[in-house]
Write a protein that binds this ligand. Structure first.
Ligand SMILES: [Zn+2]
Length: 483
């Protein structure tokens, strides 16, 4: 027996089976019960959300004998009986010459459309109502749209049109204004996963809950994608579809492995980062797939944090930004693995591995929050270095001398380095705003008398010792030490 795809078997047979679009199935049930159906519908939504399925259900229901009887008797219908799927008309629907379906993407010209719609003016052969389902209607040529428009404006008796589109903005207003618009929503994973489990049970397919959840997340709102993924996993799985089957079949990295990388970066543990990324590469995945999966995983974590009321996303955003940049860099590069590894290593670097000299620069006053200013400056400089390698000169040569009212004063001994920062000022201020979570204005000054930032390149414990002595000593003495 030829295997029938779950996608086909999972297709809704009645309005009650239309998953995740209850606002539509409810409205349509009321409209059908009271005989207030329109002769033209525009079904709008992302692929795989149920547009064509709904158009077929409606076409079938418009011709269903039992629906018709209920309408005549004034009996309200239940979603489960729309359509009945039992009457002669329902059973003949799939091969009915009175239901015409076509894809506008491959029948764009006015000739195609005229040919396909040519029977609209003829009475239906067997059905009560002749139905036309046109997919991707935004792809039609201007002339083709006009020929459809004419039919919708002055519809022949007993004809109904279902126009489906993924891009409402490309559908001319003339069409939109003459159709009843049905907006299909993205189906949330919390709705897709239970449906997959129910469907699997109904079809005696073993499916683990974790596997269903993973597929539901990957489907990004599309039931069709979810069922296609489930089909692929089913073909490869042994008895029961497990999370590992999903990862393996769809070429994904496991969540544990992703979390291992993320935790290592967060803990600033470069050895652990190296181990985790090696593990990931060992499973045969490409750097691109790993980077993409990391971004998706981080986004999930960010959403979870949002739900938990947490609003500090600076670290996460930096992580995602860095991965995004490295993904771009990887494209067309011969060393994608190394680029990803270096990006993660950089992220795992200690945030501030040097202490700024505690020079009492003349501009500062006690009310200033110099420490906060320094932190913002160095965190921002690190980010800038990620974009412009030369920015490390700025970091190494700068002395933060003031931070008042969101203005960060940065002094340089030499005009040459000061100019470097002035050139990058706009970028710096943008990054600084991300780091600080508020607007930061940069004021760059040249002060030839400024003590050189000697501590930057010193190692511990000499660095701490010197920093301490400088705190005790007067700035003038500090200059003397340096010279
Ligand atoms: Zn029927």
């Amino acid at each position: 027996m030829v295997y029938e795809a779950l996608y086909t078997r999972g297709r809704p047979k009645t309005l009650s089976q239309l998953i995740g679009q209850e606002h539509i199935s409810n409205a349509l049930t009321r409209a059908i019960s009271s005989g207030r159906l329109s002769h033209a519908y525009l079904l709008v939504g992302t692929r795989g959300t149920g547009k064509t399925s709904t158009a077929r259900l409606l076409s079938k229901a418009m011709n269903c004998d039992r629906v018709h009887d209920a309408q005549l008797a004034g009996r309200p219908l239940d979603k489960k009986e729309i359509p009945c799927n039992k009457c002669d008309s329902c059973r003949a629907f799939d091969s009915s010459p009175d239901n015409v379906e076509f894809d506008a993407a491959s029948n764009r010209s006015v000739e195609d459309v005229t040919r396909l719609l040519s029977t609209a003016y003829l009475a239906p052969l067997r059905a009560r109502i002749k139905t036309f389902i046109i997919d991707e209607v935004h792809m039609l040529s201007f002339e083709a749209v006009n020929s459809i428009l004419k039919l919708i404006e002055e519809p022949p008796p007993n004809v109904a049109f279902f126009l489906a589109t993924t891009e409402l903005n490309k559908v001319p207003m003339t069409i939109r204004s003459r159709c009843q618009v049905l907006n299909f929503r993205l189906i949330p994973p919390t709705v897709i996963a239970p449906y997959l489990l129910t469907l699997a049970r109904r079809l005696s397919v073993g499916l683990q809950e974790e596997a269903a959840k993973k597929i539901a997340r990957l489907a990004e709102g599309s039931m069709r994608d979810a069922l296609t993924y489930l089909d692929q996993c089913y073909a490869m799985a042994d008895k029961e579809i497990t999370l590992d089957d999903v990862n393996e079949t769809l070429g994904l990295i496991s969540d544990e492995n992703l979390d291992e990388i993320i935790s290592a970066v967060k803990a600033k543990d470069r050895t652990a980062v190296g181990r985790a990324i090696t593990n990931a590469f060992r499973s045969g995945l490409s750097a691109n797939v790993i980077a993409e999966s990391l971004i998706t995983r981080l986004r999930d974590i960010e959403f979870d944090m949002l739900d938990g009321g947490n609003k500090n996303f600076v670290e996460l955003d930096n992580f995602i930004d860095a991965l995004r940049k490295s993904a771009v860099e990887m494209n067309g590069s011969g060393i994608p693995d190394i680029i990803l590894e270096m990006t993660l290593m950089k992220l795992a670097a200690p945030i501030q591995n040097f202490v700024m000299p505690v020079v009492s620069a003349p501009i500062s006053s006690p009310s200033e929050n110099l420490d906060a200013g320094r932190k913002i400056f160095y965190d921002t400089a690190e980010k800038l270095i990620g974009e412009v390698a030369d920015a490390r000169f700025i970091r190494d040569k700068a002395v933060v001398t003031g931070f008042i009212n969101e203005t960060l004063t940065v002094a340089f001994k030499s005009k040459f380095y000061a100019d470097m920062l002035v050139k990058a000022q706009k970028d710096f201020e943008q990054l600084a705003a991300q780091v600080a979570g508020k607007t930061i204005k940069l004021s760059v000054v040249v002060d030839e008398k400024l003590p050189p930032p000697v501590l930057n390149n010193m190692t511990e414990p000499a660095r701490s010792n010197l920093a301490n002595s400088m705190e005790i000593l007067h700035a003038v003495d500090a200059v003397k030490i340096n010279n």
